[in-house]
Design a binder for this molecule. Structure first.
Ligand SMILES: Nc1nc2c(ncn2[C@@H]2O[C@H](COP(=O)(O)OP(=O)(O)OP(=O)(O)O)[C@@H](O)[C@H]2O)c(=O)[nH]1
Ligand SMILES: [Mg+2]
Ligand SMILES: [Zn+2]
Length: 287
């Protein structure tokens, strides 16, 4: 019988089978021998008698953090405040998603805490130009909830973001019976409580939503040249750079830098690119 992995704990996997029953299954030893690590979202075949996972289907996509496979939409949740909105972090998360070939959406949460509701409009316009959909949301006034319901229906959606931005709160608003535990945001520490500890798929409107543990930091698992390719707003110009391995930093005849000067690429996004690039090494330095 086929099923989907909803959660995993200590080597046991919760599988929702095609009869809508939840079974606790163990993987066949074969997976360990072949170094195949099953993750939430994996489509699997289980043997009914022994409750063993015998086969895993080919993945449509895969994301390392949150660790999940086969999603239809990735939604980056970034709060307007508490924790503070960070354009740098948002561009980092978006680049991270693109590295895994996933085009993300963004929810700006806690919008009720902003006196100027249009504060993010410039960033939102820029993101929509590069194909990233942005929804402003408040768990207090429920502004944005209908748009979120429409986006999430009939799909497998994964939420991603820092601890304390309100991922589990949003899940409770969408699906009250899911009863996700909520953690307080600590002003003094400047972060959430890491309330959610595991990735878990919650059934929602003919699909699923994955609640996931929040990050305190996210390391980009790639090289400088990957980063250049993950800034999708550069792509249109990068093909005209003189050097085809141009990183758009010190090189001459760089069409990306020219586009920044001419106002076609936002200075903020280019500066975020430079900052993120500082932490990464060149691929050739590795070998
Ligand atoms: N004012 C306001 N507070 C919110 C909103 N959404 C969530 N909160 C509060 O933010 C805090 C953190 O919420 P959670 O839903 O636990 O955040 P999380 O993203 O799931 O955090 P982790 O599980 O630690 O990753 C709680 O105190 C919530 O009540 C919102 O839209 N507006
Ligand atoms: Mg949570
Ligand atoms: Zn260039």
């Amino acid at each position: 019988m086929e099923g989907i992995i909803l959660s995993s704990r200590y080597g046991n996997y919760e599988v929702l089978d095609s009869n809508r029953n939840i079974e606790i299954c163990k993987p066949r030893g074969l997976f360990r021998h072949k170094h195949i690590k099953l993750v939430v979202g994996d489509r699997v075949v289980i043997s009914e008698d022994e409750l063993l996972i015998t086969e895993v289907k080919e993945r449509k996509n895969y994301l390392l953090r949150p660790n999940i496979a086969n999603i239809d939409e990735l939604v980056i949740v970034m709060s307007a405040i508490d924790p503070d909105f960070s354009s740098l972090l948002l561009d980092k998360f978006i680049a991270y998603a693109h590295f895994f070939k996933i085009n993300p959406n963004v929810i700006i949460s806690k919008i009720d805490k902003m006196s100027n509701k249009n504060f993010f409009d410039e960033k939102i316009n820029y993101l929509s130009k590069i194909g990233v959909r942005v929804i402003k949301y408040s768990n207090i006034t429920k502004e944005g909830l209908e748009e979120i319901q429409e986006l999430f229906s009939n799909k497998i959606v994964a939420l991603m973001g820092q601890s304390g931005v309100g991922k589990s709160s949003l899940l409770n608003a969408l699906s009250p019976q899911s009863k996700r535990e909520i953690g307080e945001f600590s002003k003094s520490l400047g972060r959430g409580k890491h309330q959610t500890k595991e990735v878990v798929l919650i059934p929602y409107e003919n699909g699923f939503i994955a609640d996931t543990p929040g990050f305190s930091s996210l390391e980009l698992p790639f090289y400088k040249d990957d980063l250049a390719n993950c800034f999708m707003n550069f792509a249109k110009y990068a093909k005209d750079c003189k050097f085809n391995n141009c990183l758009h930093i010190q090189e001459t005849f760089c069409a990306v830098k020219k586009a920044v000067e001419e106002g076609n690429i936002s200075c903020e996004s280019y500066e975020n690119y430079l900052k993120l690039s500082e932490d990464l090494i060149l691929r050739k330095d590795r070998f």
